[in-house]
Write a protein that binds this ligand. Structure first.
Ligand SMILES: C[S@@+](CC[C@H](N)C(=O)[O-])C[C@H]1O[C@@H](n2cnc3c(N)ncnc32)[C@H](O)[C@@H]1O
Length: 216
């Protein structure tokens, strides 16, 4: 079955798809407790950043992960939230406006994660969830690795094989990458610090894991 909106540097149809479904996506993931799961995860696994850190949320969508990061980080940082979809970015802007916290820490950018608008080795942390599934994995991970400074981190929340994952693949038209491929491609650039399974009572645990990796 072909339902992947696989992107290249020059063509990324996922952007226009999310322009149509951003509101549906945002509502679905607000209802399923995604934000609460992220809050618990960040509480138990503090993000490896310090004051002033430069952070990218690659494929930020409607900003759910960006906002969870802002809730978790108690000091000023500089977060760029980047996505292909202007409608999703608009929803993210609105959610940030209505959320408590340091709004000035976040800048939005429209762009393709296969061609990031950052210099080599310039970021301390890249966090990404649900976006690498829309690109060839090796290309996405190596572009992300390019912009992370040595010693900096990638936090990747990939979809793992499951019934819920297959359901999401069909609804959101992506193709998840096999866990072994995710591990191998990550280890080309990074040392894996931890792999985490969200507990099954949390809806996020039905389809997602978290991989924290440090650039070598
Ligand atoms: C499943 S949503 C995830 C959104 C957000 N990261 C979250 O966790 O809620 C996927 C997002 O990835 C974006 N996306 C897909 N391919 C992309 C690419 N090549 N560059 C940037 N964003 C991309 C889509 O526009 C969409 O907003």
């Amino acid at each position: 079955m072909e339902y992947a909106l696989t992107a290249t540097k020059n063509e990324a149809r996922a952007g226009s798809y999310y322009d149509r479904i951003a509101r549906f996506y945002d509502l679905t993931f607000k209802i399923n407790g995604y934000g609460r799961s992220l809050d618990k995860y960040f509480e138990n696994h503090p993000l490896p950043v310090s004051r002033g850190a430069k952070i990218l949320d690659a494929g930020c969508g409607t900003g759910l992960l960006t906002l969870a990061m802002l809730r978790a980080i108690r000091f000023p940082v500089a977060i760029t939230a980047l996505d292909l979809s202007s409608t999703s970015l608009e929803a993210a802007r609105k959610s940030l406006y209505y959320s408590p916290g340091r709004k000035r820490d976040v800048t939005f950018a429209q762009g393709n994660l296969l061609s990031l608008p950052f210099a080599d080795d310039s970021l301390d942390l890249v966090i990404t969830s649900g976006a690498l599934e829309y690109v060839p994995l090796a290309d996405g991970i190596s572009e992300i690795a390019r912009v992370i400074a040595p010693g900096g981190h990638l936090l990747h929340l990939p979809i793992h094989p499951s019934v819920a994952g297959t359901f999401l693949e069909i609804v959101f038209r992506f193709k998840s990458h096999p866990p072994k491929e995710v591990k191998d491609k990550t280890e080309r650039h990074f040392r894996i610090v931890h792999q985490y399974r969200f507990p099954p009572p949390q809806v996020l645990g039905w389809s997602k894991t978290a991989i924290l990796a440090q650039k070598v």
